[in-house]
Design a protein around this ligand. Structure first.
Ligand SMILES: Cc1cc2nc3c(=O)[nH]c(=O)nc-3n(C[C@H](O)[C@H](O)[C@H](O)COP(=O)(O)O)c2cc1C
Length: 401
């Protein structure tokens, strides 16, 4: 595997080769997760890996997939497999898009751009979060061939959110993803225990953790502490990225409602997805508001602990909206078989968050590409082994119980 990632230019050739070798020997998303865990300080790994409170929703996202089984059909000619789909009016090589995940640069310098480029190489969309460590414009510049979507939260300073949306429009982002499951931030206890509260600071409790992760420390020394580039200027007195992140966390707008959603619909003329929908009545209202789709999601178990698993919410939502809007799902997708199950249960495609974080934290763009190629290989294998040749055939016929 050759490293296309510019951040490798600052690493010795020997270290680069060994990183690429380790990634080639990762045979599953879980293997990439182990590599990421080894490289990162515990506090950062836990920030990516963890969920809210007892993490019961985080676990439920995975166990929901395990509770459904595929009943395959055989004696079907499965020589030719087609994984391409139409997603919101444009082609995607796989029924996968990348979910927005904030703060990626803490795990790998310019990690957002690395994942965006990996998504482009795989022919699938990438969603840049508001709290990214590379700006809207930077990502558009370095990943020109990638289908770019932009994720926004409604902040109390609504005009600031609107200015981000306008910037995304000007930079050519094709889809706006509006996250609605965060009227306030979730309680992530791993972060509290690790003293990874924001604003980020080295404390006696976490100092040892950071100091004993040499690969991570040397990458911060080479590239500097990441900035939440979209949020520069959010609060004039905020100087560091983590201070800004903290102000953003306190500034989600709990008053954001259906009327406000309709205003965004009027302002954004391109495709609009609403992320964080778990109830069929809400999905119907999203369709009524003229939006183009929903992302069935519980924020990867990071917000409301005790919330329904995404896969369990999917069926009733798909049934409620029929073909009026696009239905995507994220949360717990780790295998090709998970993708097949979600599609068989009504999703047009899935999205993946942590699998990309594990990949990029293991080895930058090479690791992100590996995550997508593993999912693609497993998807194709599952389709062959279950007698389905196209994504449409999975939607129509594959029996999942
Ligand atoms: C570290 C981390 C940061 C996230 N940041 C955001 C964010 O900024 N905006 C957002 O809408 N969702 C965010 N999410 C949620 C993801 O978009 C997605 O819903 C979730 O990761 C899907 O579950 P999965 O990780 O099991 O694939 C984040 C998730 C993680 C793990």
């Amino acid at each position: 595997m050759t490293p296309p990632d510019s951040t490798f230019s600052k690493i010795s050739p020997e270290a680069t080769r060994s990183m690429c070798r380790r990634v080639s020997n990762a045979y599953s998303i879980d293997d990439l997760r182990r590599l990421a865990k080894k490289r990162l300080p515990r506090a950062i790994y836990d920030f990516y890996d963890g969920g809210a409170e007892s993490e019961s929703t985080l676990r439920a996202n995975s166990t929901a997939f395990a509770q459904h089984v595929i009943q395959p059909r055989y004696l079907v000619n499965v020589e030719q497999i087609k994984t391409a789909v139409d997603l919101l009016g444009s082609p995607s090589a796989l029924p996968i898009a990348v979910s927005p995940t904030g703060g990626i640069g803490f795990g790998w310098p310019l990690g957002d751009t690395a994942i965006a480029r990996a998504a482009g190489a795989a022919g699938i969309p990438y969603t840049l979060p508001t709290s990214s460590t590379s700006s809207i414009e930077r990502v558009a510049h370095v990943a020109p061939g990638t289908r770019l979507w932009f994720q926004a939260y409604m902040l109390r300073k609504r005009e600031f959110t609107m200015s981000l949306i306008d910037r995304a429009f000007a930079a050519g982002y094709e889809v706006l993803v509006l996250t609605v499951d965060m009227p306030i931030g979730g309680k992530r206890e791993r972060d509290l225990r690790n003293d990874f509260g924001l604003p980020f600071k080295l404390t006696p409790r976490n100092l040892l953790d950071f100091a004993t992760s040499p690969a991570w420390v040397s990458s911060v020394l080479r590239h500097g502490m990441p900035q939440l580039e979209n949020l520069l200027g959010f609060t004039p007195d905020a100087v560091s990225s983590t201070t800004i992140a903290s102000s953003v966390g306190k500034n989600y707008d709990p008053a954001f409602d259906w009327d406000a959603l309709r205003q965004i619909r009027d302002r954004w003329p391109r495709k609009l997805l609403v992320k964080g929908i778990l109830h069929q009545d809400d999905a119907r209202l999203v369709a009524d508001a003229g939006c183009d789709g929903v992302i069935v999601s519980n924020h990867g178990g990071r917000q409301l602990d005790g919330a329904i698993a995404s896969l369990d919410a999917l069926g009733p939502i798909a049934e409620a909206v029929g073909d009026r809007i696009t239905v995507l799902l994220d949360g717990g997708v780790r295998r090709g078989a998970d993708i097949v199950k979600a599609i068989a249960m009504g999703a047009h495609a899935v999205m993946v968050g942590r699998p990309m974080l594990y990949g990029v934290c293991a080895a930058g763009e090479v690791g992100a590409r590996r995550a997508l190629s593993l999912l693609e290989e497993e998807l194709v294998r599952t389709m062959r082994l279950s007698g389905t040749r196209t994504i449409a055939e999975i939607r129509e016929g594959l029996l999942v119980r």
